[in-house]
Structures are given as C-alpha cells and as structure tokens.
Design a protein around this ligand. Structure first.
Ligand SMILES: Nc1nc2c(ncn2[C@@H]2O[C@H](COP(=O)(O)OP(=O)(O)OP(=O)(O)O)[C@@H](O)[C@H]2O)c(=O)[nH]1
Ligand SMILES: [Mg+2]
Length: 345
C-alpha cells in the first residue's frame, strides 16, 4: 500500500515479484540491486533455504530519485514461488501497488506459469483487488534457454490481458531494468489516478492543506517558513480532524488530542500524543515487541522508532509534529487494512 509524506514530498510504494517456483524472481531482484547506485538503495534482504529457494521473501528498498515533485521510495519484494507457500505469498502481496509477474520460458513450466497467474488473481481478489486495471507487467524470463517456449505461446498462457511484457534473462540482467521502469511508470500513473500523489504543483505553491477540515494547517506551515498566510487563519475551534477521521473508534480521542496540540502550536505535546497513540495502535498487532508489530502491520519500523526518538527528546519544531501526525495516520491506515482492532478489542 502506498504511503505519502506530504511534508517530505515523498511517496512510498510496494512492488511484488510474483511467479512460479524457480522462474527467476530472486535473480531479477539481485540484478536490480546490483544496477542501482548504493546511495539510492538499501540492503538486499534475502531468506533462502539451503537450496536457494526463497523461504519467506526477499526485500529491497530503493529510492527512485524524483517523480515530478515527489521522491519515490519503492519496497521491492519477491514471493516464494513454491505452491505450498501460499500463505506467505498472500502476506507479502498485501498492500502491493504493483506486480511484476516472472514467467518461466522453460517449456516444462507451462502449467506452473498458468497456475501462478491464476493464484495471483485469486490472492488479489481476496484483498478486493481485480487484476484488470491493476499495475501489472510480465517478464518472460529465461529467454536465453535454447529450447525456450515460443513467445506467442507464453503470451497465450499468461498474458490474456495484454499487459506490458518484456523478454528477459535475469542471469545476465537483460530486460530486467526495462521491466522495472515500466512498473514504476504504471505505479505512478495509478497513484496519480487514485489521487494518492497530487499532480505536480505550480511554482512555489505550497500543498493545498488548508481545506475546511484542517483549518490553519497551511497557514501554520507558511508561518514557519516566514511566508505570509494566504488568508487570515480562523481560530482553530476544533481540532483538524484529518488524522482522527482515519482512526479506529478507540483511538479517535487520542488522535483528536494530537491534532488539537498541533492546531494550538503545542508541537511537543503533539509529538508525545502521536507517539502514545501509535504505541496503542501497534499493540493491536499482538503482544510482541514494537519492531515486529510494525512489521506485521506493514508499517515502516524506522518511522516508528524515529517518532519515539523525537518524542523522547522533546521538540518544539513544526516539522517534527507534522512527521508525528504522518506516522500516526500511517498506523491508522495499516490498522484499517489489517482489520484491527476487531470489534471485540
Ligand atoms: N538460464 C537462465 N536461468 C535463470 C534465469 N533466471 C534465473 N535463472 C536460474 O533459475 C534458478 C532459480 O532462480 P531464482 O531467481 O532463485 O528463482 P525464484 O523465482 O526466486 O524461485 P523461488 O524462490 O523458489 O520461487 C537459478 O538457478 C537461477 O540461476 C534466466 O534468465 N536464464
Ligand atoms: Mg526466490
């Protein structure tokens, strides 16, 4: 699931490499890792078995420098292709913004290619996502095999929808980055269509945050930047409400309190209130420690830790408070996605 940090003008999206066992998903991710500047990527995290089969998933965070006004952060995952790992595939697929389907050109893999595509469709449907219109790109991998299945045959097997397709050889890297670029293009297009990423802003204009439901926010940001408010800001009679509207019922009040602090300019109080509300939110993901709670919810654990650090330090900066509200909003979105808290909680 994509997340947007308006203050940092950054959007994070999740892309999943899907496909049958041994089709070349992990190898493709390794090639991407090798071809990206170290400053723009994190470490490749891989959990293989002794036989090099993906056990849980591989993960690679990547920063795509600029997409219009926004920096795009991508989290790239591979699923384990082996049929019996479907529970893991479902978990990894949760909240995906796009899928690269890696089909195997080995003629013997025909059935498993089809089954894996059907499995993708089924697992997405469980999340309420229809594959039609979803950002999907196909890699016909292992095109270097002397007996590779004819392209037409591959297309008939897995690309009935006519989505963008690329012939690749993951071992040499051929075509892998082209596939990735097309995926990024589709994800951005989709994020724009869903209005997750606003259209590029006009020159020097600040994000339009001063909607009726958050009176005063834009004015406050302008103030902090020593710019004149666009219009005299109304006294904030009510908390802004934008984050509170995302909150599960039990956390509406803490969210309103955090937003109220922000509206009053009590940034330190806002950061503290957000950190407490995030902790309460995370506790719905089970009794484990915070890192694994964040992981289970699909939250960026680094953001949670950073919030706690800023709360512990005490801060009076507006951008710390905005960051805190951002992390709180993310927590609410992830909780809603996971169906937490359940009505009994
Ligand atoms: N000839 C050839 N072999 C490839 C290619 N891509 C991957 N392989 C080989 O296929 C085998 C499986 O590759 P992986 O990348 O581990 O496959 P995977 O899709 O991650 O497999 P699972 O994790 O089990 O789902 C390895 O031996 C790779 O070297 C390719 O383009 N051509
Ligand atoms: Mg693998």
């Amino acid at each position: 699931m994509s997340t947007v940090n308006v203050m940092a003008r950054e959007v994070a999206a999740k892309v999943v490499f899907y496909g049958p066992g041994l089709s070349g998903k992990t190898t493709s991710l390794k090639r991407i890792y090798e071809s990206i500047k170290p400053s723009l990527r994190g470490e490749l995290m891989s959990l293989p078995t002794e036989a090099d089969r993906t056990l849980f998933f591989d993960f690679l965070p990547v920063r795509v420098e600029k997409v219009g006004d926004y920096a795009l952060r991508l989290a790239l995952y591979t699923v384990p292709g082996q049929v019996f790992y479907n529970a893991t595939r479902k978990l990894v697929l949760q909240g995906a913004d796009g899928v690269i389907f890696v089909a195997d050109s080995n003629p013997g893999a025909d059935d498993s290619n089809r089954e894996s595509m059907a499995n993708l469709e089924e697992n997405l449907a469980e999340q309420g996502i229809r594959l039609d219109g979803f950002p999907l790109v196909i890699q016909y991998n292992k095109r270097d095999l002397p007996n590779a299945a004819p392209l037409e045959h591959m297309r008939a097997s897995v690309n009935g929808r006519g989505v963008p397709e690329f012939e690749t050889c993951a071992t040499s890297g051929e075509g892998v980055l082209d596939t990735m670029k097309e995926m990024v293009r589709l994800v951005i297009k989709d994020l724009r269509a869903r209005k997750v990423v606003p259209a590029p802003r006009a020159k020097r204009e600040l994000p339009k945050l001063d909607q009726p439901e958050h009176p005063g926010l834009e004015a406050k940001i302008r103030e902090q930047l020593n710019e004149k408010p666009a219009a005299p800001s109304k006294p904030a009679a009510d908390p802004m409400g934008a984050v509170a509207t995302l909150a599960p019922a039990v956390l509406v009040d803490p969210a309103r309190a955090a937003e109220g602090c922000f509206a009053r300019g009590d940034y330190e109080g806002c950061v503290r209130a957000c950190a407490e509300a995030v902790q309460r939110g995370l506790s719905f993901a089970g009794g484990a420690e915070r890192g694994s709670q964040a992981f289970l919810l699909g939250l960026d654990g680094r953001d949670v830790l950073e919030l706690e650090r800023r709360a512990a330090m005490g801060t009076s900066r507006i951008d710390d408070a905005a960051f805190a509200l951002y992390v709180l909003a993310q927590t609410f979105v992830r909780l809603a996605h996971a169906g937490l808290p359940t009505p009994q909680q």
